[in-house]
Design a protein around this ligand. Structure first.
Ligand code: BEZ
Length: 403
């Protein structure tokens, strides 16, 4: 993809253009470019992602997606060279506040991009609210980030936990299931996805007969799989991701439940995991804002470029990282690279329309994506598109008061 083609990927709304010209008026046109700009200083981007633990591969794909976009722009965002400061958050909420403070206070980053784990993201959101540092969340679905803790400087290019799970409740009722067991890790993302699923399913008339949970990131699933076999539900809804998803899906099949008690979930159960899950994943149906075979020009170009860069097949995590860089680029381009012109930058980012590999991507007033949620099925090792489960889904942003 050439630079010119990338630029034309974005249509900026009238609100965004007005904000951009306001930025010019307040900073650049008055002849007072920020010191960083006048010195051509690099833009410091803190990438706070897991590079160890069960979500390590997810972090690596987000990083690669983000880096791919920057490379396509000649190593720049908004015309400024980018310097990365990388930090392994290990998906540990207990060290997240210190890690975030280190990036903001010691390393003085202009932006933070992170992370995967909802509990870690919650700590990052609190620091972002306290310090005003712009934060782009390229995965973690914690509903609060674009709900009660929403803020002008916090954006998400991924999803909310409610957004990807509630449509699956409706789908499972629609296909005829009435009694379902849910199973997940007992932490923010698992709890919120099980709740979102239950909301969609029970509103449609279904019953969640048991909610099984185990601590994150435990993978001793045997006792719970035995319990599922005893309960004999119509189907199972699951949220696991990364290494945990590989183990759960292979254990489920090894216990003889594959095909007998149909397995459903949010797409993290099978995204970025299929090579390791092999035949055990065949037939699993999931909902997500991406499918491997989305046949739009942006996805075709993205998958080709990602393969060329990494030798690997792109997935939702890589897409979310790519789009995080794209969103920053839109904001910074509007302010001619001036990261200090925050109000103008945030206004443009909030009204950006991205031609994402996932399909058209816009942002709600709470800064969460408005996007199609796809129903996918694993067929021959691919998360194959079945249908659009829910079109243009916006998170309800319960409790968000943008000040
Ligand atoms: C989360 O913690 O929000 C999360 C982690 C992995 C995949 C999806 C969501």
């Amino acid at each position: 993809m050439t630079n010119d083609k990338s630029v034309s990927k974005f249509a900026i709304s009238r609100r965004g253009l007005l904000a951009a010209s306001a930025a010019g008026a307040t900073g650049l046109a008055l002849g007072f470019p920020s010191p960083a700009l006048s010195q051509g200083a690099p833009l410091k981007v803190g990438l706070m992602l897991p590079s160890s633990g069960t979500f390590a591969k997810l972090g690596q794909f987000i990083d690669n997606g983000f880096s791919l976009y920057v490379e396509q722009k000649g190593g720049m965002l908004g015309g400024r060279p980018v310097e990365f400061i990388r930090l392994d958050d290990e998906s540990k909420p207990e060290t997240a506040t210190d890690n975030m403070n280190r990036l903001v206070g010691r390393d003085k980053v202009d932006f933070v991009v992170g992370t995967v784990h909802s509990g870690v993201a919650m700590a990052m959101v609190k620091v972002a609210r306290d310090t005003g540092v712009p934060l782009i969340i390229p995965n973690a679905g914690a509903d609060e980030a674009t709900g009660p803790l929403c803020a002008p400087n916090i954006f998400r290019t991924s999803f909310s936990n409610w957004q990807v799970s509630e449509p699956m409740g409706k789908v499972m009722h629609y296909v005829g299931h009435r009694n379902v067991v849910s199973i997940t890790w007992r932490y923010a993302a698992g709890i919120q996805m099980a709740k979102g699923f239950a909301e969609g399913f029970t509103k449609a008339g279904g019953t969640v007969v048991e909610e099984l949970t185990l601590p994150f990131p435990e993978v001793e699933f045997q006792a719970m799989i035995t319990r599922i076999a005893q309960l004999k539900p119509d189907a199972v809804f699951a949220f696991f991701a990364g290494g945990g998803a590989v183990k759960f899906v292979t254990d489920y099949a090894a216990a003889g439940l594959q095909g007998k008690i149909p397995l459903y979930g949010t797409g993290f159960l099978t995204d970025g995991t299929l090579p390791a899950q092999g035949a055990a994943a065949e037939g699993i149906r999931t909902t997500l804002h991406y499918a491997d075979d989305l046949n739009n020009p942006a996805n075709v170009a993205f998958l080709e470029a990602f393969k060329k860069k990494t030798g690997q097949v792109g997935d939702i995590y890589a897409v979310q990282g790519f789009d995080a860089a794209a969103l920053l680029d839109v904001g910074l381009t509007a302010t001619k690279g001036d990261s200090a012109a925050r109000d103008a930058m945030f206004a443009v980012m909030g009204s950006a329309k991205l031609d994402s590999p996932r399909g058209p991507l816009a942002f709600s007033a709470a800064h969460n994506p408005i996007q199609d949620i796809y129903l996918r099925e694993v067929r021959q090792g691919k998360n194959t598109l079945v249908s659009v489960a829910s079109k243009g889904v916006a998170d309800p942003a319960r409790g968000c008061k943008m000040t």
